[in-house]
Structure formats: C-alpha cells, structure tokens
Write a protein that binds this ligand. Structure first.
Ligand code: NAD
Length: 255
C-alpha cells in the first residue's frame, strides 16, 4: 500500500492531453513526479501542455496525431518506452462529441468516425501498451467513459454506443489481466467544463450543453475534478480496484 503521490519516475501516457480533462490529468501526474507523454491530434494544445510541465520542472514528451490510426498508437507507445524507459500508466481519454445525432439519422461516416476515435483508439492503445506493462509486472489503465456510458443519452447514438463500449473494454481487460498485475478502470464524468462543453450545442433548439448539465446536476464540474479521479485510479492507493466505473458527476447517475 502507498498513497496517491507515488508516481515518481513512472512513465504515464495521457491521450487527449492537449485540452480539458486530459490536460488537467497530465499536469497532475507531472506534479506527482511522473514522466508524461502528451498525446493529442492538436499540436498547439499538446505543445503548450508539455511546455507547462517542463516549466514546472517536470518531464514531458509529445506525440501529435490521430490516435485512431495504428501508426500514431505505435509512435505513442514506442516514444514512452524509449524516452522514459517505463510505461506504467495509460489514460485513454481523447474523445469527441461534436454531433448529437439520433439513430435513424446517423450516417455511415459519422458512425465510423465517432466509434474509431472514442472506442477503437482506446482499444488500439490498450493492446499496444499491455505487453510493456506485462513485462514490467504491473500497470494501470484508466479510461474516460461518460455519463453516456451508464444509460441512454442525448449525447447521440454513436457517442453513447462508443462510451458503453468503453465500459466493456474496461471490464473485459480487467478480468482477463487481473492475475498478471494489470488494473483497468474507468471514470464516467458528468458535465465538465472543457472545449467540448464550450463548443457543443444540442441539435434543434441550440440549447447549451452547459445549461443542460447545470439543470441536471446543479453545477458543471472543473476538469481538475475528473483528473483527480483518474489519478487516484491510476495510483497505488487504488491497488485493489479493477474493473470499476467511477461516476464523477455530483450524484447525477444516482438519481
Ligand atoms: P476536450 O475537447 O477539451 O479534450 C479532448 C482532447 O482530445 C482534445 O485535445 C482533442 O484534440 C483530443 N482528440 C480528439 N480526437 C482525437 C484524436 N483522434 N486523436 C488524438 N487526440 C484527439 O474535451 P474533454 O471534455 O476534456 O474530453 C475528454 C474526454 O472526456 C472525452 O473522452 C469525452 O468524451 C469525455 N467526457 C467529457 C465530458 C464533459 O462534460 N466535458 C463528459 C463526459 C465525458
């Protein structure tokens, strides 16, 4: 047993770390001594976060690219292993929610894109990271699901399906590797103020997603609140927690 602050020297990969929940997680891991690989499709966000980590005396590397492609995934894992000499934590956090389309209106292209980025990418990263974690004897994977993973959601069919799939990926990987030192968990954030909530409106009435969250949960969370849960689940303080889905939603899912 040790406490959550025990990330000294550990190699940590955070996807979608150029913004929002991923950025807050990357900064928190770095402040706890981790070496952090910032992976994002957005070069400006990724570089800014890496610079912020280094300005605070930490170690960071960036890989910029679309994580739904095997080539980017391989670059992420190789860079972490070669630069840090360690890959102890993988946070599958990158995601998109830029459409809210209902089932009958989902195009093939939208389905493919949302599933690839929100579900296939975490699978590809998990598959690529596992051999390195198995070789070091342990590892922790944390997936960012969503309140949309816990029930039918107005967030759109493809997004809701992908996030439910994240729970399946979390639980099946947790069960299959629990005898080999690998823990796999997920967080299910409710409304959290990030680029997603600042840019998405509901189709039709143009209502803001922040307004909806405000109504349903009383308040919109800060990205740091989701990051705190991610870091806890990745830490040795969660040493007997695997296959869990932790809502971070001010009780929304309890209603
Ligand atoms: P965000 O837009 O601020 O951050 C997402 C990051 O992922 C961005 O930096 C973006 O560039 C990156 N990204 C997107 N597609 C990518 C790709 N193909 N390859 C690499 N990087 C890519 O949004 P956020 O709210 O911080 O989202 C983080 C996660 O939290 C997502 O999985 C999202 O579904 C989930 N989530 C967010 C909320 C919320 O209210 N904000 C609620 C539930 C779940």
């Amino acid at each position: 047993m040790s406490d959550t602050t025990d990330f000294e020297g550990r190699g940590v990969v955070v996807t979608g770390a150029g913004s929002g929940i991923g950025r807050a997680s990357a900064l928190r891991f770095a402040s706890l001594g981790a070496q952090v690989l910032v992976a994002d499709i957005n070069p400006v966000g990724a570089e800014a976060v890496a610079k912020e980590i280094e300005a605070n005396g930490g170690t960071a590397r960036t890989v910029v690219g679309d994580l739904s492609y095997q080539g980017t995934v391989d670059e992420v894992i190789t860079t972490a292993v070669e630069s840090f000499g360690d890959l102890g934590v993988l946070v599958n956090n990158a995601g998109i929610m830029d459409t809210m389309t209902a089932t009958a209106d989902v195009s093939d292209a939208e389905w493919e894109r949302v599933i690839r980025i929100n579900l296939t990418a975490p699978f590809l990263l998990t598959r690529a990271a596992l051999p390195h974690m198995l070789a070091r004897g342990n590892g922790a994977i944390v997936n960012t699901a969503s309140e949309a993973a816990l029930r039918g959601s107005a967030a759109g069919t493809a997004y809701t399906v992908a996030k439910h799939g994240i729970i399946g990926l979390t639980k099946s990987t947790a069960v299959m590797y629990r005898d080999r030192g690998i823990r796999v968990n997920a967080i299910a954030p409710g409304g959290t103020r990030t680029h997603i909530t600042d840019t998405v409106t509901f189709d039709g009435d143009g209502a803001s997603i922040v307004g909806r969250y405000q109504k349903n949960v009383g308040r919109v969370a800060a990205a740091e609140e989701a990051a705190a849960a991610i870091v806890f689940l990745a830490s040795d303080a969660a040493s007997n927690i695997s296959g869990a889905v932790l809502p971070v939603d001010n009780g929304w899912s309890a209603v």
